[in-house]
Design a protein around this ligand. Structure first.
Ligand code: SF4
Length: 384
């Protein structure tokens, strides 16, 4: 608690350390004892008493950023089956890695994953470094991931703070300041609990507690090893924590996507720019993704990948990214001339699965396939 900045009001209800109602502090040993009985079995986790494999810890932590354990499991197993070591991953073709990653989203992470594997081989002879500073110097390894690898893989006393840990800490200390502003204070509080003994198990224990007992809704306080120490439980405010500042609503961007085919039935794809959203992934050509109405005919004509009698397919493809919703209207047509624009590539429909298509583009392909008859027979018309 002494780590709070000076002159800043405490973001949590202070404990009363005097008198018979004194609240005991949360005891890391009690949490570790709970973990020894109730730890989750996870594909990347070492068995009790076993040595964690740093490659598995790193891979799982990158995959788990902003997605769930259930979603990551099949991807993790597939990656370690294809590339059993960090050296194998470093030697892999980037397109193969992006392809295997497709569906997990956040493709910049897959690119960094590959770059990081190469850096571990080039700088550290294929072994992950143990200290946080050296880990943070690797591509795609930020403060959280460096702490997770240091703690879990190497049993260093690093403090991991993810969403589960923030929730547990906010509740145990009844910290009422809303997120995201409360992050530094919650991190400082979390640091006060990190033990010198078994810090790696402790890090996994507090994450497991957040995932299975101290859940966002209806926390199972009766099963919690920190129930006696929990200020939010005592105050009856556990479910209201952590508080969150109101979020700005997600805007909707719209565009016209072109499902362009040739006489052989191949589909025209192009590669997105290396940097930015879905960097380096394949897509069908489209007008720019912008807020507002679907582009008018003039803009659509300028963005079309070549001459064709385009037909608008009914409905739209919808996809949600972190910061916006996307609504793609799809125009289908057979090109009657050479494709325009850089990086165009004809791909047989049956070979689409071999390319690193992001989820939104797979939706476009399914949408086009679902309306193939309509597209061939003609529907609501748009001729560019
Ligand atoms: S007592 Fe309840 S609210 Fe407090 S940490 Fe445990 S599960 Fe969470």
């Amino acid at each position: 608690m002494s780590s709070d900045p000076p002159h800043r009001p405490l973001p949590y209800a202070p404990r009363s350390d005097a008198g018979p109602s004194r609240t005991p502090p949360p005891d890391p040993a009690a949490l570790l004892a709970w973990y020894d009985r109730h730890r989750r079995t996870l594909p990347w986790r070492a068995p009790p008493g076993g040595r964690p494999e740093p490659y598995h810890v790193w891979l799982s932590e990158i995959m788990l950023q902003q997605t769930t354990v259930a979603a990551v499991g099949p991807y993790f197993r597939d990656f370690v089956a294809r590339w059993p070591t960090v050296r194998d991953l470093a030697a892999a073709d980037l397109d193969a890695v992006l392809h295997a990653w497709a569906g997990l989203g956040y493709y910049a992470r897959a690119r960094n994953l590959h770059a990081c594997a190469r850096a571990v081989c080039a700088r550290h002879d294929g072994r992950f470094p143990e200290d946080e500073a050296a880990l943070r110097a690797l591509p795609g390894v930020g403060e959280y991931t460096a702490a997770a690898i240091a703690a879990i893989a190497f049993d260093r006393p690093a403090t991991i703070v993810d969403g589960n840990v923030e929730r547990v800490i906010a509740r145990v200390f009844a910290a009422t300041e809303p997120l995201p502003g409360a992050k530094p204070a919650l991190r400082a509080l979390a640091r006060t609990l990190t033990p010198a003994a078994r810090p790696g198990d402790y890090a996994q224990a507090i994450m497991d507690l957040g995932a299975t007992v101290c859940t966002p809704r209806r926390p199972k306080c009766i099963l919690c090893p920190w129930a006696d120490a929990c200020a939010a439980r005592r105050a009856g405010i556990a479910e209201a924590l952590p508080a969150r500042a109101d979020k700005a609503p997600r805007p909707t961007r719209r565009a016209l996507a072109f499902w362009a085919t040739d006489a052989a039935g191949s589909v025209l794809l192009r590669r997105r720019p290396e940097r930015g959203l879905l960097g380096g992934m394949m897509e069908v050509p489209s007008t720019p993704w912008r807020e507002g109405a679907v582009p008018d005919l003039a803009e659509a004509a300028a963005a079309a990948p070549g001459p064709a009698a385009w037909r608008l397919l009914p409905g739209a493809v919808r996809h949600t990214f972190t910061h916006f919703h996307l609504e793609l209207t799809v125009a289908a047509g057979r090109l009657t001339g050479a494709p325009t624009g850089p990086g165009a590539l004809w791909v047989p429909v049956e070979a689409l699965g071999d390319y690193a298509l992001p989820t939104v583009m797979k939706k476009v392909a399914r949408h086009a396939a679902a309306h193939a008859v309509l597209a061939a027979a003609g529907g609501p018309g748009l001729v560019l």
